[in-house]
Ligand binder design. Structure first.
Ligand SMILES: Nc1nc2c(ncn2[C@@H]2O[C@H](COP(=O)(O)OP(=O)(O)O)[C@@H](O)[C@H]2O)c(=O)[nH]1
Ligand SMILES: [Mg+2]
Ligand SMILES: [Zn+2]
Length: 303
């Protein structure tokens, strides 16, 4: 019997044991001595090679594939970052048109987290049966994002959303009540996230130790369930990098009079000029400023 290396994707970590999806089913695996020393910490989403361990039902992780993307969270007191999930292809930020009303700054914050981690993001405007989705759609499209418009009641827009999710590794996030569970249930009945993005205030300072989990989709691809996505990664951003996390502002960076322009009240600021000219939405610059203030203040601890 030949049993060469098996390739798989890490779905979940439970202490030292990793649950790995392979073509032949799920396997439980541990890091081998050499891999432990030579590779960065293995996380959910990592593509690994497995070999059976002698005389046991556990497999050994012999190699970890190069990561396409890496979602990281900051560790307090300047101790660097901690990887949370690898190889996420896309972040879907869900909002309702109404009930609850969209919170633009929260949505922008989630988009910035994706940008800061180098992960493409898209917006899902849900509950298009309740209010005109055009203003929200225009706002995010003008900022450079793909926007899906959905109604989980009528199914409108669902084929497009399902197609975008299928075959990829995605995070679905957004405020509570936006319709995330309803959307995912329409993708695959029974599919749900353990924890939605709750309000910043509720979470701040509390322990969020639950790790990320990847859920295989029946149609192909994975959903990454990362509790507390809204806190993940933001603190790793340097204040001077923040404007580059707003796609529509990128082309103006470097055009300001002062090279260290914060784009707040500095004279001859290209981004403020772009707002005045209608090339950048004023409420996007508002979001930028709120996040800048947050990044420039002393970070709070939450771990
Ligand atoms: N009118 C309307 N209600 C929706 C839609 N999608 C979800 N809902 C309702 O919005 C509420 C919150 O949805 P849920 O999926 O739990 O949101 P989550 O907190 O983001 O997971 C529920 O009562 C849903 O039935 C929609 O497209 N239209
Ligand atoms: Mg939910
Ligand atoms: Zn500027």
């Amino acid at each position: 019997m030949v049993s060469g290396p098996v390739r798989g994707v890490v779905l979940e970590r439970d202490g030292a044991v990793y649950r790995v999806a392979t073509d032949a089913g799920e396997r439980r695996a541990v890091l081998r001595g050499k891999t432990k020393r030579d590779t960065p910490k293995v996380v959910v989403g990592d593509e690994v090679s497995l070999e059976p361990e002698a005389g046991g039902e556990l497999y050994g992780i012999t190699a970890v594939g190069e990561r396409r993307t890496l979602l990281e969270r900051r560790v307090p007191e300047g101790r660097g970052t901690r990887p949370v999930a690898a190889n996420i292809d896309e972040v879907f930020v869900v909002t309702s048109t109404a009930d609850p009303p969209p919170i633009l700054q929260l949505l922008d914050r989630l988009l910035v987290v994706a940008e800061a981690n180098g992960i493409p993001a898209a917006v899902v405007v849900n509950k298009i049966d309740l209010a005109d989705p055009d203003p929200l759609t225009d706002r995010f499209r003008r900022a450079g994002y793909t926007v899906f418009r959905t109604c989980t009641r009528t199914g409108e827009g669902m084929p497009e959303f399902i197609a975008a999710l299928t075959g990829h590794t995605a995070v679905v996030t957004g405020p509570s009540g936006a319709g995330k569970s309803s959307l995912l249930n329409a993708v695959q009945p029974g599919l749900s996230l353990r924890v939605g993005a709750v309000s910043e205030k509720l979470r701040r300072g509390k322990h969020t130790t639950v790790g990320a989990v990847m859920i295989p989709l029946e149609r192909g691809g994975f959903l990454v369930d990362t509790p507390g996505f809204s806190e993940v990664g933001l603190w790793g951003i340097e204040p001077r990098e923040l404007a580059s996390c707003f796609p529509e502002m990128r082309r103006f960076i470097g055009e300001c009079r002062y090279p260290d322009c914060r784009h707040v009240s500095e004279p001859k600021c290209a981004i403020q000029a772009a707002v005045a000219a209608g090339d950048v939405a004023a409420d996007r610059l508002d979001s930028y400023r709120v996040l800048l203030t947050e990044l420039e203040s002393e970070p709070e601890e939450w771990e």
